[in-house]
Structures are given as structure tokens and as C-alpha cells.
Design a protein around this ligand. Structure first.
Ligand SMILES: Nc1ncnc2c1ncn2[C@@H]1O[C@H](COP(=O)(O)OP(=O)(O)O)[C@@H](O)[C@H]1O
Ligand SMILES: [Mg+2]
Length: 505
């Protein structure tokens, strides 16, 4: 069967040099695409929209044009395939087919993303593993690190500042002076080391979760969290390490957490130049505070949106778990209590893990009636439904609301102030509007009341019970980012900054 392909309707502009509105060429039969068309039963005249400005004979189709044609031929191939599959179907059945395919597509791409999750678990994770072992990244050893000052202690682990031992430092030196603070000039690459407590029930499991979540986020949303370097098991016992003990290692992201900054008297001004690169002169101090706090909140909620988009709920959002980097980024740390709805990872929370000061009234990410996860693949398949029905991400949004209140209201920054606020909240059924009306200890809410009370309105929509339709009565991260608090006047800080740089010139 001789076959010709006609390209009948190129635009006049594309063919104006040829002075023709019609042209044909004989396909190069060595390419698969054209062979397919030649062999199929259709005698269709293929209509290809193609921009070309020359007339070609057999065998002299330029490379570029050939590429364009291949693309179009691919599309045509799929179209023909679709037509072949549906050729015996009635019109109604064809529509049914299209709707079905659409629903499958929505299901695969709906939060938390079964399709992306499968790609991540079955393709990206093994690739990352292979790549890391190739460059030796996962092969951390005890001897690579020195342990310095203790920074914190949780129920399952102890956190230390530390450093990577440079290659040119000999073992003797390493052993002689272990403290990083004394070796600052030589130990340049600072790290955070978390020692998993030995013999504590649940500690190993918690550390495994934390490691898993850190690897997962390093692929899915690396900018939201501290850079994870890997883990090692100590091969011997000395003054710093116990043989067999497991350690997790991160890059040292910054000297202070948001809690450290909040504890200082001059908060939020102590973060002004970190966040904006300079002091916002020419603006009164209440407005300056409000701008700094808004910038911090925007970062926290943007990060939460990114991790929620991957199906992860952090469950321990609080100022101590937000590290401020030198460049003014706010990084989420401490994923030991996180949960991944998509694969049912760490699904049942250990109540003891959660900080009561930041924990929403519902306590669980899922209703208490569904506490145990189905096996992994089933959990993955069900996850879009579970996510739609339960909106587990709203758990973190409550905690973000408490962080906003603490930043904006100085008396809530102390532990005692926060405890009182929480017990008040309980009394008023987590209804901030009622709290404001009836509490006997009403603090100064000026910062939230600025700009017609947009900050206050956002706070009332984050700190609330999860009432309403499908228990969604609390803003999700993406809804919060669309709230007037962020949207309207969002460029205020930029305007102030540009005025400042203008006046400097
Ligand atoms: N990557 C990091 N960079 C800088 N500081 C960190 C980092 N990770 C943890 N820290 C500091 O260590 C403290 C405790 O770490 P975290 O992971 O929250 O452990 P814990 O389980 O003890 O809460 C944090 O509050 C923070 O001050
Ligand atoms: Mg912590």
C-alpha cells in the first residue's frame, strides 16, 4: 500500500516562502512511527500541524523538522490507539471511557498523590540509595565526627552540636581534643548529632521513623527541613560513643531556634536583619513587628504546605522545632513524631510524644476509630480517600496558630503564659472569639489587630475545633496562604525595603 502523508493546512505565514498552501512528502519508512502508520488499517489522511518553510522530497527532511514530525506522529499514534480501543464502543460508552480515565487521573494525582508516592518509593528512593552509596554519602562512621555541647534531650534521644573531622587532622589530635568549641578554627563543618538512647523502649523505632522521614523529605521538599547527612552505628566505645549506639547526623543549620529568638526581650526585632537583610527604618515599631512576624509565619506555612503536599504531617510544630538559618530561612526539624498517611508510616501517635502546649484538641491526625493503619500498599491506595475525609494536615495548622499567637502576643511567650492561655482555650472550647470576649486575662492584641484585624482573623481560623463540613473547620496551609493576612498588603515589607535601598542611593 503506497502511502502519502499530506500536511494540508499550514498557516500562510509559515509557508509564505513556498507560495503554496499544500505540500506532501513521502515518509522515511525506516522510522517506527511511520511504519506503524503504514501498517495500520486506517486510510486516514493524517493532518499534522507543522511549521515548516520549505518543500521537501523523499529522504531530505531536515533533522529538526523530523523531530517535530516525530512528536506530532507520537500524538497521532496515541490518538489512533485511542480510536482503535474505542472503535467498537457507542458514543455513550466512549464518554464513559473518557470520564473513567479522568477519574483515575484525579485519583492518582489527588493529595497525597498516589502516583507521585509510587514514583518516590519505587524509583527515587532506590535511586537515592544507589547514588549515595556510590559517592559514599551514606557511609558515615563514628570516626568522622567529634561531639560537642549538648543542645537538648528528648525521651528517645540526646542532641549534640558537633563537627566533621577534617581529613588532615590525625587520630591523636582527634582523641585529644574532642570539644568542637575548642577546635572551632579547624573543625569548620558543623553538624548536629542525635544519639538514640540505648535500651529505651520505642527509641530505635522512633529513630528509624525520623531517618525515613528525613530521607523522604530530602527528596520531596528539601528546602523545608534541615539537610540530613545520614546515620551510623558506633563501632566502639570511648568517652563519646557507646558501641552499637545509633546516631543521626544533620548539617548545622543555625545557632538558634525560633524559641531561642522568642525568649529574647527584643523579639521580633532580633530577627529583623536576619529576615530582611536590614532594619526596616521609617516604620513605627508595631508595624515593624507585624511585618517581621508575618514574614516568619509565611515561611512556616509555606513549608507546611510543601510537606503536607507529600502526605506528611509533622505533628510537633513548635518554636523549638523551627531552626532559623543565617540567611533567614526557617527550617523544620525533629520529624520523630511525623506521620505519612500515604503509606501508613508512624500512623498511630504515641500521645507521650506530642507537646500538649501546641497539640490540637483532637489529639489524633485521624479519628480515634481508625487508629491502626492498613498494610502499606492498601494504605497507599486508600490515602486519597482518608486524606479527603480526615484532612490530617489540619493538625499542624493548629500548632502554627499557637506559634502565631505567641509571636504576636508577648505574654504568651513564657511557659506560664502559654499554659494559662491553653487552659483558657479549653474553657472556651477552642473558640478564640469567645476567649477574647470573656477571658479575665486579655493580653495586648495590637499586632494582630493591625490592618483591620487580618492577623486576628487568621488566628481564629487556625486555633479552632475542627467543626463544620467534613470537620474542615480550620484553614489548611494552602487556604491560609490565600488568607488576606498574607495576600493583601503582602508586599508591604518589600515596599519598605525598596524605599530604604532607594534612599541609600
Ligand atoms: N539541623 C540543626 N541545626 C541547628 N540546630 C539544630 C538542628 N537540629 C536540632 N537543632 C537544635 O537542637 C535542638 C533539639 O533538636 P531536636 O531534633 O528537636 O531534638 P529533640 O528530640 O530533643 O526535641 C533544637 O531545638 C535545635 O535548637
Ligand atoms: Mg525538638
Amino acid at each position: 500500500m503506497a502511502m502519502t502523508m499530506s500536511l494540508p493546512s499550514p498557516t500562510s505565514t509559515t509557508l509564505k516562502h513556498n507560495n503554496t498552501n499544500n505540500f506532501c512528502f513521502f515518509p522515511n519508512t525506516t522510522t517506527n512511527h511511520l511504519t506503524f502508520i503504514k501498517n495500520n488499517n486506517y486510510n486516514n489522511n493524517l493532518t499534522l500541524r507543522c511549521k515548516c518553510n520549505a518543500l521537501f522530497g523523499v529522504g531530505d527532511i531536515p533533522q529538526q523538522l523530523e523531530e517535530v514530525l516525530h512528536l506530532d506522529l507520537d500524538q497521532t499514534y496515541y490518538y489512533l490507539e485511542l480510536e482503535r480501543i474505542t472503535k467498537d464502543l457507542s458514543e455513550t460508552q466512549k464518554w464513559g471511557f473518557v470520564v473513567f480515565a479522568g477519574i483515575i487521573w484525579i485519583y492518582l494525582t489527588a493529595r497525597p498523590g498516589v502516583l507521585l508516592g509510587a514514583i518516590d518509593s519505587y524509583l527515587l528512593a532506590p535511586l537515592q540509595l544507589g547514588f549515595n552509596s556510590l559517592i559514599g554519602r551514606r557511609n558515615l562512621k563514628r570516626a568522622d565526627f567529634v561531639v560537642g555541647e549538648k543542645l537538648g534531650e528528648g525521651s528517645f534521644g540526646v542532641v549534640y552540636a558537633g563537627a566533621v573531622v577534617p581529613k588532615n587532622v590525625t587520630l591523636e589530635q582527634k582523641r585529644g581534643k574532642a570539644k568542637t568549641n575548642r577546635l572551632d578554627s579547624r573543625f569548620k563543618e558543623k553538624v548536629i548529632l542525635k544519639m538514640v538512647k540505648v535500651g529505651v523502649k520505642g527509641a530505635d523505632e522512633c529513630a528509624d521513623f525520623e531517618e525515613w522521614f528525613n530521607y523522604r523529605l530530602s527528596r520531596a521538599a528539601p528546602e523545608t527541613c534541615a539537610e540530613f547527612l545520614g546515620s551510623f552505628v558506633s563501632d566502639k566505645t570511648n568517652s563519646q560513643f557507646t558501641k552499637g549506639g545509633k546516631w543521626l547526623v544533620w548539617k548545622f543549620e543555625g545557632d538558634q531556634s525560633l524559641l531561642d529568638y522568642m525568649r529574647e526581650r527584643n523579639f521580633p526585632f532580633n530577627l529583623e536583619s536576619v529576615m530582611f537583610g536590614q532594619v526596616l527604618q521609617g516604620v513605627d515599631s508595631v508595624k515593624r513587628s507585624a511585618l517581621i512576624i508575618k514574614q516568619i509565619m509565611r515561611q512556616i506555612i509555606t513549608s507546611l504546605k510543601k510537606i503536607h503536599d507529600t502526605g506528611i504531617v509533622h505533628r510537633d510544630v513548635k518554636p523549638a522545632n523551627l531552626v532559623v538559618t543565617k540567611r533567614g530561612q526557617i527550617k523544620l526539624i525533629d520529624f520523630g513524631a511525623a506521620t505519612d498517611l500515604r503509606i501508613g508510616k508512624n500512623y498511630v501517635p504515641n500521645r507521650g510524644l506530642l507537646d500538649p502546649d501546641y497539640c490540637p484538641p483532637e489529639l489524633y491526625v485521624m479519628p480515634e476509630e481508625t487508629p491502626s493503619p492498613p498494610p502499606e500498599p492498601i494504605a497507599a491506595l486508600l490515602s486519597p480517600f482518608l486524606w479527603q475525609l480526615n484532612s490530617p494536615d489540619l493538625f499542624d495548622m493548629y500548632s502554627a496558630g499557637i506559634v502565631l499567637m505567641q509571636m504576636a502576643v508577648p505574654t504568651l511567650r513564657s511557659s506560664a503564659g502559654l499554659k494559662n492561655f491553653n487552659s483558657d482555650l479549653k474553657t472556651f472550647n477552642y473558640d478564640l472569639i469567645r476567649w477574647r470576649e470573656y477571658t479575665r486575662r486579655l493580653p495586648d492584641l495590637t499586632i494582630l489587630d493591625l490592618d483591620s484585624g487580618r492577623g486576628w482573623d487568621l488566628a481564629t481560623k487556625l486555633i479552632s475545633e475542627r467543626g463544620g463540613y467534613l470537620k474542615r473547620g480550620r484553614l489548611s496551609a494552602s487556604a491560609a496562604l490565600r488568607h488576606p493576612y498574607f495576600l493583601l498588603g503582602g508586599d508591604q515589607a518589600a515596599a519598605v525595603l525598596s524605599k530604604l535601598s532607594f534612599s541609600k542611593d
